[in-house]
Design a protein around this ligand. Structure first.
Ligand code: C2E
Ligand code: CA
Ligand code: CA
Length: 401
């Protein structure tokens, strides 16, 4: 049986060139020069897709998202006239979304390279020419309906982990972290349900309830005389919602709080995933006074260009570096360099995953502004925060001396 191939490129010449080569290798080829009505040309069961990343009407990143959402199983070849960095990033993005990428082509395309890649496309009858590493789907033992009900019924609650300013050891803020208080299964950690929420269009509802409960908690502590800021995690899909800045502003003021006390934490990869709208949304959030933090800094698609484009106010050094900083010279260098980078870019820097006093001291020495980690406190329910804050005052005194 012939293998089927879809070629997506706005240049007709390229489409025809690829088509010729592929047909000589007995592929059934369809081509399109536009992704405007991509669903009209995309069919289930394609064996391979060659995708140009720079299309005028829609960029390749959006097509990648479309394919991932459609559950596409085709072998994907990414193509670009841009630098290889763009290809590498897009390739990684596609893999992270569960697509099978078998290679990349830089323009001008060489026949031999193209043939080699097409040779690797598994045939539909199962006679794969070469086995590819297909990312396995996360096993979701929890059905999405159950999560939907949990969100509606208030089983998703924020726990809070304190943030400390190293200069004076003061308690300055909390990060809200989602917990599922399941009636039968007990407390379920977020890595068991955040992805599930994202995959099933439940993440906005989840973020909504997290935001509302977190703001209510901060306002409640405030009434007890405890003033702390709050950081809230946002997932990639939320950054595509152009109403987010207005909506969040409204909520914040309805709790009697101000935007500058709320930090929106996002990962670098989520900015890239929703590149089109996220720049718009993030800029407007910043203009409204919210703080913007890059979470897991150092693990994602770090690019200086992105740092410059987006008005981030905080870098959050990923815990993998922080935890290794004492024993591993490279990790230590990354931590120190990130602190320096933050200072130069006029951003505050927080290190997370601080588990011992030695790491705290190291961060203090390199002038890292804030820390968060088990050494200070594990995440806890909101009603425990005021008592913890009381205890902390005396701990902080001993640490300072
Ligand atoms: P994250 O945003 O990077 O949060 C930090 C995680 O590291 C938290 O895990 C926290 O409990 C843990 N942690 C903090 N300090 C230490 C330490 O010293 N040692 C160790 N071993 N771990 C530490 P958690 O609460 O399980 O959250 C995991 C991830 O789930 C979060 O990573 C975040 O990506 C996601 N998440 C949590 N809540 C939400 C939410 O409301 N919305 C979204 N979109 N994602 C969330
Ligand atoms: Ca976070
Ligand atoms: Ca993090």
């Amino acid at each position: 049986m012939s293998r089927s191939l879809l070629v997506v490129d706005d240049e007709m010449d390229i489409c025809e060139f690829v088509q010729d080569v592929a047909e000589d290798m007995a592929f059934l080829v369809t081509t399109t020069t536009t992704t405007y009505d991509f669903d009209a040309v995309y069919v289930d069961g394609l064996d391979a897709i060659i995708l140009d990343l720079s299309m005028p009407d829609q960029d390749g990143i959006e097509v990648i998202r479309y394919l991932a959402e459609a559950g596409c199983r085709a072998a994907l070849v990414l193509m670009s006239g841009l630098d290889s960095g763009v290809l590498a990033t897009a390739e990684r993005l596609a893999r992270e979304r569960g697509l099978t990428v078998i290679g990349a082509l830089t323009k001008p395309i060489e026949v031999a390279t193209l043939e080699e890649l097409l040779d690797q496309v598994p045939s539909a009858d199962g006679k794969t020419v070469q086995t590819l590493t297909v990312p396995t789907e996360p096993s979701n033992s929890i059905p999405a309906e159950e999560l939907a009900i949990a969100i509606r019924e208030g089983q998703i609650v924020p726990w809070f982990q304190p943030r400390i300013r190293l200069e004076d050891m003061s308690f300055v803020g909390v990060e809200a972290l989602a917990r599922w208080q399941h009636p039968d299964r007990g407390l379920i950690p977020p890595d068991k349900f955040i992805q599930l929420a994202e995959n099933n269009y439940l993440i906005d509802a989840l973020t909504d309830t997290m935001v509302n409960q977190s703001l209510a908690a901060v306002a409640g502590w405030q009434q007890m005389g405890l003033t702390v800021d709050v950081s809230i995690n946002y997932a990639a899909p939320s950054l595509a919602d152009l109403n987010l800045p207005d909506d969040l502003s409204r909520r914040v003021s309805s709790h009697g709080l101000t935007a500058n006390r709320v930090t929106v934490e996002i990962t670098e990869s989520s900015v890239l995933t929703e590149l089109q709208n996220s720049l718009d949304v993030l800029t407007r959030l910043r203009m409204k006074g919210f703080q913007l933090s890059i979470d897991d800094f150092g693990t994602g698609f770090s690019s200086m260009q992105q740092l410059q484009n987006i008005p981030f106010t905080e870098l959050k050094i990923d815990q993998s570096f922080v935890k290794r900083a004492l024993g591993d010279a490279d990790a230590k260098a990354i931590v120190e360099t990130t602190v320096e980078l933050g200072r130069r870019l006029d951003m505050s820097v927080i290190a997370e995953g601080v588990e011992d006093l030695e790491t705290l001291e190291l961060l203090h020495r390199c002038d890292c502004e804030q820390i968060q980690g088990y050494f200070i406190a594990k995440p806890m329910p909101g009603d425990q925060i005021p008592a913890w804050a009381d205890d902390w005052t005396s701990v902080a005194e001993t640490l300072k001396s």
